[in-house]
Design a protein around this ligand. Structure first.
Ligand SMILES: C[S@@+](CC[C@H](N)C(=O)[O-])C[C@H]1O[C@@H](n2cnc3c(N)ncnc32)[C@H](O)[C@@H]1O
Length: 577
């Protein structure tokens, strides 16, 4: 297989520091310090594609003379995306580069797009643009529906249609234009407006789609999609307007709760029984530049969903302000479901989520993660302040803090309920006693000098009983370090550039958060519990601890968006007064 330098990555050599810098932004920057001469030469040579084996053989000797393993170096360069396997440069070449830089495999992504069928209901100012972007991106099959003719006023809102096409059915002209755009995209059309009468034709026409874009504006569209979802399960993503704000999402399937039908009941003003519709001539606004913003975001989510199975707009809505480009990811479920403190998640659901996190932790917890960058230096400082006869790490994950404790403790016990986490922790070594067990069931054979619970209590429903249990395993001189997600950040369901918007400060209860990888790609949803600082601190005081310190470590990189956000709160307690 041939390899070459990743064509989409600026790679520079800083001569004075003998350092190679790859990438442009904090999200993709990688540095190679003390770059040996042979590596610089190898990278220069890989401006031109070459066989992996040829390069491995050619640089084997200079690498081993400096005690490096050339295969390991090449594989690391590939893993860090500095070097990539080559591909045939077709019309999608620049998209392939983008996918690779986004941490997606270009071939898998392009194959998924080619094999996908995407439906679009409504081909006006948004649907026609979405269709054009998806056809251009290489979606294999588009199914589009609309019953309208092209009017002159359409030409401001979409550039897909031409003056010569005024008076023709939108779907026919769209089909002709898309065929010119990308002849390999198959187009199927349904010449109807979405309505209750035609719903059965819609259901059978769109039944083989992988995802459906809803960009039609009859006021009962959500209700009709609710009926469609009662018969077929296809993810549907909505794209349109909320007043004069752009709107993309939610993306929901037949199992989403609330689904489109329930959203219709709370969302559409006319459906509130006591209201009377006065403006009978109401028409949704439509503005070309904003249509393009909405269409582009919607197409991007469709492409990501087809290629990876994920979208950040799953059961969320993105609202876009056209005046200042601020965006707000709005989790409308919070408004519908805010009041219960006794909500809990099924146990196996949380375990499955930690299985996914375990894979991410394995590769990144101690590398590029926010925990590593923001928390670990401070936690190390606290841990290494003293020596302990015994220390306990509760919810140890992959044992990051257990290994720190191992440096200054005669005995370290580490508990976690998740087997995958513990397998990784054990692989990483150290003289630590790893035990797969829930804290509440743990029968300790000693009292510990130091206990750490890092990012565990926020996954536990009955946190008070766990805090009581913590007290029962700490000795009278003992200290507890408890790390919880920042209650301020958890109260912000959105941020506007570097400003957080606090939306539900006093809410306490279940909270679903999206976990992203180091590229900002969706990993999984993680169920947790949002609680305020006072709740945690008062519970510890209540069971017999006193507060020693509160620390909110800050992201060290001034250029990082996170520099302005408090991510974690670190609480230190001692036993008694
Ligand atoms: C977010 S991870 C944090 C891991 C580690 N403490 C760190 O900071 O890197 C939370 C961990 O808590 C574990 N966990 C969740 N509930 C638990 C419980 N009731 N008893 C023990 N461990 C638990 C999970 O399996 C997961 O490994």
């Amino acid at each position: 297989m041939k390899i070459q330098l990743n064509r989409s990555l600026p790679i520079k050599y800083v001569e004075a520091e003998k350092k190679i810098v790859c990438g442009q932004t904090f999200m993709d920057i990688t540095e190679i310090e003390d770059c040996p001469a042979f590596l610089l030469e190898l990278l220069e040579e890989l401006n031109v594609p070459a066989e992996f084996d040829y390069i491995a053989e050619r640089y084997n000797q200079p690498a081993s003379e400096e005690a490096y393993n050339i295969s390991e170096i090449l594989n690391n360069l590939i893993e860090e995306k500095i070097v990539s396997y080559t591909w045939e440069q077709d019309r999608y070449d620049r998209h392939r580069l983008f996918f690779e830089l986004s941490g997606m495999n270009q071939a898998d992504s392009m194959n998924a797009l080619r094999d996908a069928t995407v439906g679009i209901i409504g081909t006006g100012g948004i649907g026609s643009n979405v269709a054009t972007l998806l056809a251009a991106a290489g979606i294999g099959r588009l199914k589009v529906s609309d019953g309208d003719l092209i009017e002159e006023s359409n030409l401001t809102r979409t550039t897909t249609f031409k003056e010569s096409q005024i008076g023709t059915p939108k779907i026919d002209s769209l089909k002709a234009n898309l065929a010119e755009q990308n002849s390999s995209c198959e187009i199927h059309t349904l010449p109807h407006l979405l309505s209750r009468d035609k719903l059965h034709e819609f259901i059978s026409f769109f039944s083989d789609c992988d995802i459906l874009v809803l960009s039609a504006d009859p006021s009962n569209a959500f209700e009709l999609i609710g009926v469609l979802h009662s018969e077929i399960n296809i993810p549907v993503i909505n794209a349109g307007y909320l007043g004069r704000m752009g709107l993309v999402g939610p993306m929901m399937d037949a199992y989403s709760k609330p689904g489109f039908e329930q959203l219709f009941k709370t969302d559409v003003f006319e459906n509130v029984n006591t209201t009377v519709k006065i403006n009978k001539k109401y028409q949704a606004p439509s503005y070309g530049p904003l249509n393009y913003i909405v269409s582009s975001i919607c197409s991007n989510e469709v492409i990501k969903f087809v290629a990876t199975g994920h979208s950040i707009l799953k059961e969320k809505r993105l609202i876009i302000n056209p005046d200042n480009y601020e965006t707000l990811v709005y989790d409308y479920k919070k408004d519908l479901n805010l009041n219960s403190l006794t909500q809990h998640y099924p146990d196996n659901e949380v375990t499955d989520q930690f299985d996914i996190i375990a894979d991410f932790y394995k590769n990144h917890r101690e590398g590029a993660s926010l925990n590593r960058v923001i928390l670990d230096d401070y936690v190390r400082e606290v841990i290494l302040k003293k020596e302990y006869a015994s220390a306990l790490d509760i919810g140890c994950g992959i044992g990051t803090y257990s290994r720190m404790l191992d440096l200054c403790s005669a005995r370290v016990v580490a508990l976690d309920t998740n087997k995958k986490m513990l397998d990784v922790a054990r692989e990483k070594g150290g003289g630590i006693e790893y035990i797969q067990c829930d804290l509440i069931e743990y029968e300790s054979d000693c009292l510990f000098d130091f206990v750490i619970l890092s990012l565990v209590l926020d996954h536990i429903n009955d946190y008070y009983s766990y805090i009581k249990k913590v007290r029962s395993v700490v000795n009278r001189e003992g200290r507890v370090l408890c790390i919880v997600p920042s209650h301020v950040k958890d109260s912000c369901t959105s941020h506007q550039n570097d400003k957080m918007v606090i939306e539900n400060y006093f809410y306490e209860g279940t909270q679903t958060k999206s976990r992203l990888d180091e590229h900002g790609n969706f990993l999984c949803e993680l169920n947790s519990f949002k609680r305020n600082l006072s709740t945690y601190v008062n519970s510890f005081i209540d069971v017999g601890f006193s507060l020693v310190s509160i620390k909110e470590p800050r992201h060290p990189d001034k250029m990082h968006l996170g520099y302005n956000f408090p991510y974690f709160t670190v609480l230190e307690f001692k036993y008694g007064n």
